[in-house]
Structures are given as structure tokens and as C-alpha cells.
Design a protein around this ligand. Structure first.
Ligand code: MTE
Ligand code: MOS
Length: 705
């Protein structure tokens, strides 16, 4: 094992296990007002009037009239308002905020505010929506000709549901106004996103805003855009009150009104000739919710991944993201890819079964190889180790014997074993790193020889503080305790970009390694020295064009192969996961425990997505599953027998050969899970989550055929 992979005790381990770490709600409340949002209770309506009762001394109500800059939350586009003005666009849309010293009094005030609406007909089904936020298409080869020459044509439609992030602590922030400056600290994934949004909403200069990350217990994409929205609201209240204001969501509020994974519908039409897939024509629809937030980039990834890991010579993909009057959906680990990877894996498995070929054999015959073109006419520049990985994994889990054994079963309990492949494009999609993010990272050496890491990277449990420190320590040949790294504060750190797209180690970690190499070469004892590195796109990259969707969408890829083994109870519909395994190539693991932890966590989150996690939006556009008793996520009691294998293909542009890791494991699990379920049921499945109830009704349907 490469020495950097050897695990160390995580740098943030001590304060977390001792209970000393201060998460957003743990900071002292002295002198801080409680802020709570007034929300629309209609999915779509004209806002006629808001009548606020007379407020007791020390309490404030703020709405769009109090926004000092523009009433807009700058995310990617600028359609999300800080507070609703003329209309409310989803049930929960913030109209105003009440802040004051006593939480119970704040609640009373909220309950007395009268909002007058004129109801408008909401659009809840993306299929009937006339507002398409984003519409992307790309094409390779001659799709029509391939269909004209096909032996067989398959058409199937797949659906995926919502998924809730379920981080440890809910969204929560404190805004502190002081002379000419506003400081916001809280549970944040991307401090500079919050910073940019605040500047716009408050209409102030860079220096007037400071954003600091509090200890954060998980974001999973759910704290990527949302804190920007909440920060603007809390900041407006704090400025009006002239006092610090803190808003910490209840779990119900967080589940019902903050972003989730986009539900999707994907229609696949596939041409097969001489036992091979020759063309795919794919139509994708994502439910964006009421505002665009992150939908643009989420859809891009979904569209790029629609053919899975397979080399399909003739490919046409169209993807749309439709507005509905529901809670805006956003980033979630995998970022639009899990939806289409599930569909791609299932259609490949279904075609194989129809052709009388084992799904894995059929998939192996179609996987992309090193040097092949990608779905967007880019290139797989580095080795594609999928076949080695499937070989390792199937041997380890005895896939072939089990697959054969489970083909003939009887009795109440039925078993299945399923396999899937996936990748995750490492870093921002397209030219994002080069044109939008333009990351900068710095190292500050102090006269005593200690070196501080300065980036905007956030620790969310994925081990970033530890992996960054290890990279710098190794390059400088210093012991780890000579490296200083803290949670980011925009007053102190350069903008190294958001902590998303599994980019931190590969992109920012490499900038740190380079800065460290320069510091080492120019080290002067007893002096303060500072080195900065800026992102540069590697030379080999075929520039991506967002208009034509052509070029390298990613410089390189992390790879995954997964197996899930299931037993279902045909009397109750219950699923028992007998085992879940993955073989992953994330380049050089910067810390083995961190990487195995990431993979196991993602496996489990993927099992939740495939089966357990049902989120229901009712006919009023109201998210009903707004508590952990209504929305069941895997707990420690649901952790199955899990196995993680690591395969290493070093990436020359990543630090010590590392690529992105964090999101990869969740992307492929649904394909393996549902394939196992299909074998147990003896029937095809076209949606996730596939619940106990779904299992029972499918079983009944199969038995009565
Ligand atoms: N792991 C933990 N424990 N907590 C998290 O919030 N977020 C995931 C993944 N793994 C997350 C996690 C997501 S969505 C991303 S994009 C990556 O971590 C981000 O971290 P990285 O850039 O350091 O890989
Ligand atoms: Mo991760 S969904 O890119 O925050």
C-alpha cells in the first residue's frame, strides 16, 4: 500500500467524540434572537396581503421590502427570491421572517400573521409542466440509421423518486451584524456560495460579508445551495433587528422545505443488432420544483451519464428539467447521475435477459475501454478497469454460482443477486473548473515552521481536513502535527471553490500539493512564507463546449462495480439484504479508512434510495414524509454484511494519483439492488424506491399471470 493511504486518526475525531465540537445549534444563544420563517401554505397563489399584528418590544418582522440589495438569491441563475413578492410558487415558499428573544413568542406572532392569497392552479406533475427550465441534447453517430437496421428494438421507461439527505443537523445559521460588516456562521458546504449570495442580496462589497463554517454533520449536497437562501433571509432579519439572529430548522421544516434529489422519468429506446446494442435514444425528465437552484448542473450530469459505462456508437440524449410548484430540488450525492445510471443498468439487464444472455456477460461486452470516445465525444484518456473489477468482485462474492443457484427456487423466501457498473466524472462538469470555479488554494508558513492550509474546503464527515493535511505533510516531509487546518472563514481563505462534485482531493488537494512542493523548494527557516496555486486545466483535456455538449465533460473518472444479494419474504414483501459489495477505483486512496468509510456510507445510502426511502408529495404539493418515522432511512440496524474492495488506477494530475471518491458509491447501487430483486421476484422492475408494498403487489401480479 502506498504510504499516504495508511490511515491516521482523523484530525477532527477528538472534539467530535468528546462532544466538544460546536455544530450550528450548539453556539451560545446569549444576545441572539430566534428567527423563524413565515411560509406559504399554498403551492401556487397570488400574494394579496400580509397582515402582521403589532409586535412586542424587541421583535421584528422582515420581508422582501427589507432586503437592502436585490431580492434575489444568487445561485446559478437569479430566479430564487429572498422572500416572495407577488406570488408564492410552492408550499413552504418563504414570505417573511420573525425574529425575537423568546422562541415561543416568535411562534405566537407567526400564528397570528394573516396572509391573504388568491389561489392559482399549481402544476405538480413535470409531464404537464409548460415551463422547461433547461433542455439539453447531444448526439453521436447516426441513430436513425442504427434503428432502421436493428434486429430488435426495446422501449422502456424508468422512474426514480425523491431522496432526502438526512444529515445529522438540520440547516441552521447565525447572522451577526456589526459596524459595516455582517458575519454569518453555520452549517455550510460552500462558504463562498453563501458569500456571493449575501453580497448581492445585501448590495454590499466583498469585505462587508464574512462567512464561516461551523462544524457540519453532513451535507451530501443538501447544504450546497440551501444555506445561500437561508443566509440571505437570516441576514435581512439581523440587519433589521440590529442584533444577531439564528435560525435552526426543525427536522420537519428541513425535510418538507429544503432541497432533495430530483425525481426523474427516463424513456429508453434501444437498438440491438447481432446481439449488440448499436444505438440508444434517451429522453429524460427531471422534476426541478419551483426555482432553478442547482437543476441546471444536476441535469447536465444526468444527461452525460445516460448511457452508463457503455460504449454506444450511436447515441441521442435529450434531457429536460421542468418547473413544478413543489419544493426546489437540488444537489444530492451523485448529482443527477444516480437517476440515469439506474435506468441504463436496468435496460441493459432487461435486454440481456430477453436475449437469453446473463446480464453481467452482456454488460461486460459493452463497457467502454481506455481510449474510447465518451458520450459527448470526449475520450477515456486513462485505463478503464471495469473488467478487472468485475472479475475481482464476482470471485469474492461467488456471484456466478449464486446467480445460477437462485435461478430455480421455491417457497416463501426468494433470493437474488445483482450486479451493476458505474463511474463518477471527477470534478465539475464541463469547463466549470476552468471557466467558473477557477480555484485558488494557499499555504501559509509561519516563522515557527508550522504550515497552515488555506482553502474554502469544508469538512462534512468526508475527511477533508485529514486528507488535505496528509497531502501537505507528505509533500513537505513534515509530521502531521506541524500542519494547521481549520474550518473555512472567507476573511482568511482564498476561494478554492465549493466542496462538491467530489472535487476537493483531486482538484484542491493537487493545488495544495503543488504549493507545498514550491514551499519545500524555497523554504527559509524562521521566516513567514506564503504560496498560492491556481487551477489550470490539464493539457490533454478536449475542451468541453456547453452549447454543443461536445468534448471531455470530465478529465477522468472513478469507477465502481457493485453486487447486492437479497432475500425477499413473499408473504410480507420484506427485503433482507444478505450482502452489499463494491469494488472501487478512486485512484490512490489518500487515507484508507476515509475511503472505505465513504464507500460503505454510500452503499448504505444507495440501499435506502433503492428500497426504503419513500418521500410522498400530496395533491396540495405538500411533502408528507417530513419526519424520520414517515421517511425511513437505513439506520445502524439496517447495515448489511458489506465489503469494499479497492482497485487503484493512479491519476497523474491528482495528488499522489488520487481521483474523486465521495459520490461514487451511491451512483451504482440501485442497479445492483434492483437486479437482485428482479431475480428474486422473477419479474422486471422499473422504478425506485421499490417498497415492501411494491414487492408484494408485484409478487401477486407475477403469481396470477
Ligand atoms: N460524506 C460524508 N460523511 N458527509 C457528506 O456530507 N457528501 C458527499 C461526499 N461524501 C458527504 C460525504 C458529497 S455530495 C460530495 S460532493 C463529496 O463528499 C464532497 O467531498 P469531497 O469533495 O471532499 O469528496
Ligand atoms: Mo455533492 S451532490 O456534489 O455536494
Amino acid at each position: 500500500m502506498d504510504s499516504i493511504s495508511k490511515s491516521v486518526v482523523k484530525l477532527d475525531h477528538g472534539p467530535k467524540v468528546r462532544g466538544e465540537a460546536l455544530y450550528a445549534p450548539d453556539h451560545p444563544m446569549e444576545g441572539v434572537l430566534h428567527g423563524k420563517l413565515l411560509r406559504s401554505d399554498r403551492a401556487y397563489a397570488r400574494l394579496l396581503s400580509v397582515q402582521v399584528p403589532e409586535l412586542p418590544e424587541g421583535y421584528v418582522f422582515a420581508d422582501w421590502r427589507d432586503v437592502p440589495g436585490e431580492n434575489v438569491v444568487l445561485l446559478i441563475l437569479e430566479d430564487t427570491p429572498v422572500f416572495a413578492t407577488d406570488t408564492v410558487e410552492f408550499l413552504g415558499d418563504p414570505i417573511g421572517i420573525v425574529a425575537g428573544p423568546n422562541e415561543a413568542v416568535v411562534d405566537q406572532i407567526l400564528s397570528k400573521i394573516q396572509v391573504e392569497y388568491e389561489d392559482l392552479p399549481p402544476v405538480l406533475d413535470p409531464e404537464t409542466s409548460e415551463t422547461i427550465f433547461f433542455d439539453y441534447s447531444h448526439q453521436q453517430g447516426d441513430v436513425d440509421q442504427a434503428f432502421a437496421q436493428a434486429d430488435r428494438i426495446y422501449e422502456e421507461t424508468f422512474r426514480t423518486g425523491y431522496q432526502e439527505h438526512g444529515y445529522l443537523e438540520t440547516n441552521g445559521l447565525t447572522a451577526i451584524p456589526s459596524d459595516g460588516k455582517l458575519t454569518v456562521h453555520g452549517s455550510i458546504q460552500c462558504p463562498y456560495y453563501v458569500h456571493k449570495a449575501l453580497k448581492k442580496a445585501l448590495g454590499v462589497e466583498h469585505e462587508a460579508v464574512q462567512v464561516i463554517q461551523d462544524v457540519t454533520g453532513g451535507g451530501f449536497g443538501g447544504k450546497e445551495d440551501y444555506p445561500s437562501i437561508l443566509a440571505c433571509q437570516v441576514a435581512v432579519a439581523a440587519l433589521k433587528a440590529g442584533r444577531p439572529v439564528r435560525t435552526i430548522y426543525s427536522r420537519r421544516e428541513d425535510m418538507a422545505y429544503t432541497s432533495k434529489r430530483h425525481p426523474s422519468r427516463s424513456r429508453y429506446k434501444v437498438a440491438v443488432k447481432d446481439g449488440r446494442v448499436t444505438a440508444m435514444d434517451i429522453d429524460i425528465l427531471y422534476n426541478a420544483g419551483a426555482y432553478t437552484t442547482m437543476s441546471m448542473v444536476v441535469l447536465q450530469r444526468g444527461v452525460i451519464c445516460a448511457n452508463g459505462v457503455y460504449h454506444i456508437p450511436n447515441l441521442r440524449v435529450r434531457g429536460r428539467s421542468a418547473k413544478t410548484n413543489t419544493v426546489p430540488n437540488g444537489a444530492f450525492r451523485g448529482f443527477g447521475a444516480p437517476q440515469t445510471f439506474f435506468s441504463a443498468e436496468m435496460i441493459m439487464a432487461h435486454i440481456a435477459t430477453d436475449l437469453g444472455i446473463d446480464p453481467l456477460t452482456f454488460k461486460e461486452a459493452h463497457v467502454a475501454r481506455h481510449g474510447d470516445p465518451t458520450s459527448t465525444g470526449g475520450k477515456y484518456h486513462f485505463p478503464v478497469p471495469l473488467l478487472e473489477m468485475s472479475e475481482k468482485l464476482t470471485r469474492e462474492v461467488d456471484y456466478w454460482n449464486k446467480r445460477k443457484e437462485y435461478d430455480t427456487q421455491s417457497g416463501r423466501y426468494r433470493r437474488g443477486i445483482g450486479f451493476s457498473f458505474s463511474f463518477h466524472g471527477a470534478g465539475f462538469t464541463g469547463s466549470g473548473e476552468r471557466d467558473i470555479i477557477k480555484a485558488v488554494a494557499a499555504l501559509q508558513k509561519y516563522p515557527d515552521g508550522k504550515v497552515e492550509i488555506l482553502t474554502a474546503g469544508t469538512e462534512m464527515g468526508q475527511g477533508l481536513l485529514t486528507t488535505f493535511a496528509k497531502i501537505v505533510a507528505k509533500e513537505l516531509h513534515l509530521p502531521l502535527n506541524q500542519i494547521i487546518i481549520a474550518l473555512p472563514d472567507t476573511d482568511r481563505v482564498p476561494d478554492s471553490g465549493p466542496t462538491v462534485a467530489s472535487r476537493s482531493v483531486m482538484v484542491v488537494g493537487e493545488l495544495l500539493r503543488r504549493a507545498a512542493a514550491r514551499l519545500k523548494a524555497e523554504w527559509v527557516d524562521g521566516e513567514a512564507q506564503r504560496f498560492e496555486e491556481k487551477f489550470q486545466e490539464p493539457d490533454f483535456v478536449i475542451p468541453f463546449n456547453i452549447e454543443t455538449f461536445q468534448g471531455d465533460a470530465y478529465p477522468t473518472y472513478s469507477w465502481g462495480a457493485h453486487c447486492v444479494e437479497l432475500e425477499i419474504d413473499t408473504f410480507t414483501g420484506e427485503h433482507k439484504v444478505l450482502g452489499a459489495w463494491g469494488c472501487y477505483d478512486v485512484g490512490t486512496p489518500i487515507d484508507m479508512t476515509v475511503i472505505v468509510g465513504q464507500m460503505e456510507g454510500g452503499l448504505l445510502q444507495g440501499i435506502g434510495y433503492s428500497h426504503m426511502e419513500q418521500m410522498v408529495c400530496d395533491r396540495r404539493g405538500c411533502i408528507r414524509s417530513n419526519s424520520y418515522s414517515d421517511y425511513t432511512m437505513p439506520t445502524s440496524a439496517d447495515v448489511p454484511n458489506m465489503g469494499v474492495m479497492i482497485h487503484v488506477e493512479e491519476y497523474p494530475e491528482g495528488p499522489y494519483g488520487a481521483k474523486g471518491a465521495g459520490e461514487l458509491p451511491i451512483v451504482g447501487i440501485p442497479g445492483a439492488y434492483i437486479s437482485a430483486l428482479e431475480q428474486a421476484l422473477g419479474a422486471d422492475v422499473h422504478h425506485i424506491p421499490f417498497s415492501m408494498e411494491d414487492t408484494l403487489s408485484k409478487w401477486t401480479e407475477v403469481q396470477t399471470l
